[in-house]
Design a protein around this ligand. Structure first.
Ligand SMILES: Cc1cc2nc3c(=O)[nH]c(=O)nc-3n(C[C@H](O)[C@H](O)[C@H](O)COP(=O)(O)OP(=O)(O)OC[C@H]3O[C@@H](n4cnc5c(N)ncnc54)[C@H](O)[C@@H]3O)c2cc1C
Length: 345
């Protein structure tokens, strides 16, 4: 029997970042993952953006999350010796004259000022882009190549003897007063970071997940630029192509790309960009979203050594680093946890 301090189920973005935070605090961790070809993290576009949605509102906890976000990923890059963090500027064209008129008032009212880099009230002249009223550029925006973080993270964990590839079957889990046993491992605690698959886990059957399917395209086009453009849809320059996304589908709970999803993306793209595009790749995945859009982080109501770290929805890239630190500090030093994310709520 191999003894560890903590077992982590799942090596998506959540399990990876949490394992690194616990390792930093000297915990002996083993991650168990079934290495699927598709997972939420493996299809994610990886954007982090403090101002989102039709209302151009600051996202939940933006002031806590964003100022240190890029630095926390840079530190991870040094640790696992891989490049996956790309600072970008995002350009958000105005939809209509009302939006343009309201914008300067709203930035002051909503405390947005530090997030706005520049506002322009005229077209930028970016080739074939549809932005007759101009728009605004946002600070603290960037992109994480999540699949690369996962694959390079896995190499790091393997070297450190922190990773094993298998499916965790709950029938083989034994939970005692002060320990858990799973196959050949024994530990003080187990933390489930299963992403959307947590819906099938009977330990968490009381928790209300609300998974949201997303589809995403990689296209080639003539547009060459460094900015990400976002207006109902985003165009993200990446490597030598453009990533275009995403859809939000609450009905279909699977990771199959569909003709409907593709047409929706192309239709929305045509309202932003006039040029021709050629589809290179079309992928889909499920987001581990929750009914009230706040993650589930904390302890099982019956077993104090069974924990969940999940439910990061469409904002995993910005939420996971902050909450991985919060949970690791709680486990290792008894620091207070953020109460709004308690799974029993
Ligand atoms: C199309 C799309 C685009 C997205 N774009 C963005 C974006 O731009 N920005 C952003 O912030 N977020 C984005 N997201 C959301 C983001 O991907 C998620 O918030 C994040 O990846 C969730 O990570 P996770 O580790 O919780 O889950 P996952 O990535 O699903 O990882 C869970 C892992 O656990 C494994 N696992 C589960 N159960 C078991 C078991 N019993 N035994 C062994 N292994 C198990 C799974 O196979 C998987 O490897 C997007 C999601 C989708 C679908």
């Amino acid at each position: 029997m191999q003894k560890r301090d903590i077992l982590i189920v799942g090596q998506g973005l959540a399990g990876s970042l949490l394992a690194l935070e616990l390792e930093k605090r000297k915990k002996n961790v083993m991650i168990i993952d079934n290495n699927p070809s598709v997972s939420s993290s493996k299809v994610a576009a990886g954007l982090y953006n403090p101002i989102t949605g039709r209302k151009m509102a600051k996202t939940w906890l933006a002031d806590e999350l964003f100022p240190n976000l890029s630095k926390s990923y840079q530190d991870l890059e040094k640790k696992i010796r891989a490049k996956f963090n790309f600072s970008k500027t995002i350009y958000r064209p105005f939809n209509n004259v009302e939006e343009q008129n309201d914008w300067s008032l709203r930035t002051t009212e909503l405390g947005h000022t530090s997030y706005i880099k520049l506002t322009v009230n005229y077209p930028t002249g970016i080739d074939q882009l549809i932005d007759p009223l101009g728009g605004f550029f946002i600070n603290y925006f960037g992109m994480i190549d999540v699949p690369k973080l996962i694959s390079e993270g896995k190499k790091y964990f393997k070297i450190k003897d922190m990773y094993t590839e298998q499916s965790v079957l709950l029938e083989t889990l034994e939970v005692g007063e002060a320990h858990v046993k799973l196959g050949s491992f024994e530990a003080d605690m187990i933390i489930f970071c299963e992403g959307p698959l947590a819906e099938n886990n009977p330990l968490w059957s009381d928790l209300k997940f609300k998974l949201v399917k997303g589809e995403i395209l990689d296209v080639s086009c003539l547009l060459k630029m460094n900015h990400v453009i976002s207006k109902g849809i985003f165009m993200l320059p990446f490597k030598d192509y453009m990533r275009v996304g995403y859809t939000y589908d609450k009905e279909n709970q699977n990771d199959e790309p569909t003709e409907t999803g593709k047409l929706e993306l192309l239709n929305r793209l045509s309202k932003l960009y006039k040029g021709k595009v050629k589809i290179l790749k079309h992928r889909a995945g499920l987001r581990p979203a929750i009914f009230d859009r706040k993650p589930f982080i904390g302890f099982h109501d019956k077993y104090k050594n069974v924990t969940i770290f999940n439910g990061f929805g469409s904002k995993g890239v910005s939420l996971i680093p902050y909450f991985a630190m919060n949970l690791a500090d709680h486990i290792c030093f008894g620091k207070k946890m953020y109460s709004e994310v308690n799974p029993v709520r």
